[in-house]
Every structure is written in C-alpha cells, then in structure tokens.
Design a protein around this ligand. Structure first.
Ligand SMILES: Cc1ncc(COP(=O)(O)O)c(C=O)c1O
Length: 449
C-alpha cells in the first residue's frame, strides 16, 4: 500500500471514529444499532460506501431523491447560484430563485392556492399550515376555534405541532401530555392482516371516530382538518381510495372548515400526479410540500395558502401578521435547485416514468403476494408495498424490520421497512432491470427468512 493510500485509509477510519464517538443519529437506538455506513459518493440510484460497497438507494434517501444522486443539471444549478450568493434574509428582501419558484408552485398546484410561504423541512411546512389555519379564524374574530382534526396513523413530522396531529403511537405517545387538542378520525385502511380485517379490529381504531360525526358535533370549534392525500406514509404506507380524498374535501367544505393537505411525501410525482390532490381532483385550502421539492438536494419546504386565507392576514392591525419565519426561509441555493429539479422532472417526462414503474411494481408485487408471510401487497406510482403478516410485535416495532433491513444491505439494497411494512420507493430514474433486480432480492430474502 502506498503512503498516500495508507493515509487516506487512516483519514477514513478517523472520521468514522468521530461519528461513533460524537454523532447522535435520527430514528436510531444508539445502543443496539450497527455502526452507520460511511458514504463516500453517490451517483444515480447508487450510494458508494467507504468500504467499497455499492448500495442501491431503494428508499430515495428518506423519500427525497427523485432524479438520482449527483445529477449534473442540479449540480450546475447549485454551483451557479453559489457563485451569485447562497442565502439572504427573506423578510424585507427577496431574490429571483424564490420568487420564480413561488410562481412555478402556484401554477402547478390547485387553482385556489395563490400564496407561498417558505420554510425548510416537512415538519415546519406543517407547523406553518397549522398556525395559518388557527390564526385565519382569529383574524376573522372567531377566537374559539382551538381544535384540529387529524387521522389515525397520520404522520406529519416531529416538531410539537406536527406531532400533536400525528397518530403513530410509537413516535408520538411519549410527548402527548404536551399536545394541543386533536380529534382523531378514521380512514379506510389497508388491513394489517386478514384475521384483523375479519375481526374488524385494527390498531388504534378504538379511539378514532368518523370525520363527519366529529364535525357535526364539534365543527364550531375546529380550526382545520389535516390529511396526507392518497398515502399515509410513515404510518405504514397506507394507500387510500381516491373516493376518500373526495369525501374528506366534501365534508370539510360542507362544514366550512379548511382542509390542510400534507403532500410532503406525495408531492412532485411520487403517486403518478405532480401532487396527490390531483387524483381527486380536490382543492385543499392549505398545501404543504418539502422532501422532493429540491430533488433531494437541500432542505426546503413551502406552505401554500388560498387567497381567502391569505386575505385575512392583511390588515392595518399589525397583530394580524403571520409572525413566523426561519433563518433560512427561502434559501436561494435550495430554491435554485428546486427550480431546476422541476424543469428536469417535466423535460424528462418524469411522471410518465412513474406510471411505468407503477405497472412494473404491480406485476412483481402480485407475484410476491402468494408467499406465506405476505399479508397484503399494494402500490401507487413509484411506491410498492408488501405488508407482512403481523407477528408478536406488529407495527413499527416489529423486529423483522431491522433484521430485514440488514439482510437487504448485505445484498446491496437500501430498504428500511416500517416494522412489518416493507416498501420500495426508488428515485424515478431507476431502470427496469434495476427495479427487477431489487424485486428478485426481496423475493429471495422473504423466501429464506
Ligand atoms: C407526510 C409527511 N409530513 C411531514 C413530514 C416531516 O418532514 P421532515 O422529516 O422533513 O420534517 C414527513 C416526513 O416523513 C411526512 O412523510
């Protein structure tokens, strides 16, 4: 080994040791988790590790990446913007990337949405939406609307407001003493197992009620209803029928209550439409987007509001201002990359590719359906889901989740099951051959586990 090679090996060992000593990783039990895998570079659908392995990114690096890693056009957009400036205060100042991105978002989202408020991650997009809805009523002089309605199994992020409307017991119950009041409504669910479906019992159902009943009883107190249109992601990749989306919109409209659509997961083509609300189509009053907005490059989020909501914040009375903002609101690097990501998505017919992947996934999932441990398969767009029959501990804490994730890594695929829910969610640029190979690996591992 040359001196240079041995030096670079030591340097690698050094920063990995720093990671073990100093870093507290997200969603990780640091006592029992294996060491984090060092990534040296990433390109297309692959991550290249410090150990010389190549891993196919089967979950789009936590659902953000759509065009593949290290995309030449996104790299260029980032560099060009960095050459001008990276970040400036966004109160009292503005810049071309943010203004243009706001315009592009308004053009592509439902007609009633006219105003874009930038923040920097999915949770903050939801916090902004909740605050907008709450203050909308207060600005109108209705001071008693302090109740939100959300769905069982909902996941809207990890900040306090987002957690309060979340309905995933394992993530949220530790903090529930600190939450504001939320009523939980039932959604139509993919059954967690055939037995459960027959028994009519599903986890978390006991305390959830019908949306219409809640609004009839307490509608006068409700500030907004929040939902993940079409897919409840972190709650178990539950895919809702489009009729349910329409139903929620109809009921909320009848009661005059704003609907917040959280499209942090579904936005930018994942379900085969640019935004999942288009499946209805429905017009939400507030829409949250993040994750794939920058193609997986930089943290950025946007909360879009209807003109009606926006108008209630306009006043000579400064207390009616939306007093919310973040240091990096409207970050110029992120907005420049987001604009380029949108252009790439459209110029490469990304949504058509998602529909091709939907067909491929459907065919392969149907073949896997007959495996004994598979309870149900489902999919939409570039998302394929295999729900395993529950064992002793079902849901997110099902121990097969981390065991399977490890087995997939050993075969060169990054998949992170949500407990007994195994899902495949690659960047849209994955080839048919690569997708088939991942399904072959899944089949192999399920057959041998
Ligand atoms: C629907 C939905 N909303 C909000 C969030 C929170 O986003 P972030 O992790 O960027 O805070 C997520 C994250 O998975 C999500 O799936």
């Amino acid at each position: 080994m040359s001196p240079k090679e041995s030096l670079s090996k030591n340097l690698t060992a050094h920063w990995m040791r720093q990671d073990r000593l100093c870093v507290w990783h997200p969603y990780t039990q640091m006592l029992t988790a294996p060491d984090a895998i060092g990534v040296q570079r990433a390109e297309g659908v692959y991550l290249y590790t410090c150990d010389g392995d190549r891993i196919l990114d089967g979950i789009s690096s936590w659902w953000v990446n759509i065009h593949g890693h290290s995309h030449p056009r996104l790299n260029r957009a980032l560099q060009e913007q960095a050459g001008r400036f990276a970040q400036v205060i966004f109160a009292g100042f503005t810049h071309e990337p943010a203004a243009r991105l706001a315009g592009e978002l308004v053009q592509r989202t439902p007609d009633n949405l006219t105003r874009v408020f930038f923040s920097d991650n999915g949770s903050t997009a939801v916090e902004v939406a909740l605050k907008m809805a709450y203050q909308y009523w207060r600005n109108r002089g209705e001071l008693t609307r302090n109740l939100f309605v959300a769905f069982e199994h909902a996941y809207h992020g990890d900040t306090f407001g987002a957690m309060a409307v979340g309905g995933v017991e394992v993530f949220h119950s530790q903090f529930s003493d600190l939450f504001f009041e939320v009523r939980r409504a039932v959604g139509p669910h993919a059954p967690h197992s055939s037995q459960e479906a027959e028994a009519g019992s599903q986890p978390g159902r006991e305390c959830a009620e019908d949306l219409e009943e809640i609004l009839e009883r307490e509608g006068q107190r409700v500030a907004a209803v929040i939902m993940e249109p079409m897919v409840q992601a972190a709650g178990g990749m539950i895919i809702w029928p489009v009729e349910f989306l329409r139903h929620v919109r109809d009921v909320t409209r009848r009661h005059g209550i704003p609907l917040i659509a959280d499209e942090v997961f579904t936005g930018f083509g994942r379900t085969g439409k640019m935004f999942a609300c288009e499946h209805g189509p429905v017009e939400p009053d507030i829409l949250c987007v993040s994750k794939a907005i920058t193609g997986g490059y930089l943290p950025l989020a946007a909360t879009l509001a209807s003109e009606e909501i926006y108008q209630t914040f306009l006043s000579e009375d400064r207390r009616k201002t939306l007093f919310h903002g973040h240091s990096y609101s409207g970050n110029a690097l992120a907005c420049a990359v987001a604009l380029e990501s949108l252009a790439v998505l459209e110029e490469t017919q990304g949504l058509d590719r998602v529909m091709e992947l939907e067909a491929l996934f459907k065919e392969r999932l149907e073949q896997l359906q007959s495996l004994p441990m598979v309870g149900e398969v489902r999919g939409i767009g570039a998302l394929g889901v295999l729900e395993l029959e529950p064992e002793r501990q079902s849901g997110y804490l099902d121990e097969r989740g981390p065991r399977m994730a490890q087995a997939f890594l050993e075969r060169g695929v990054l998949l992170r099951p949500l407990g007994n829910v195994l899902y495949f969610l690659p960047p849209y640029v994955i080839t048919d051959e690569e997708a088939h190979w991942v399904f072959d690996v899944i089949e192999d591992i399920l057959k041998n586990s």
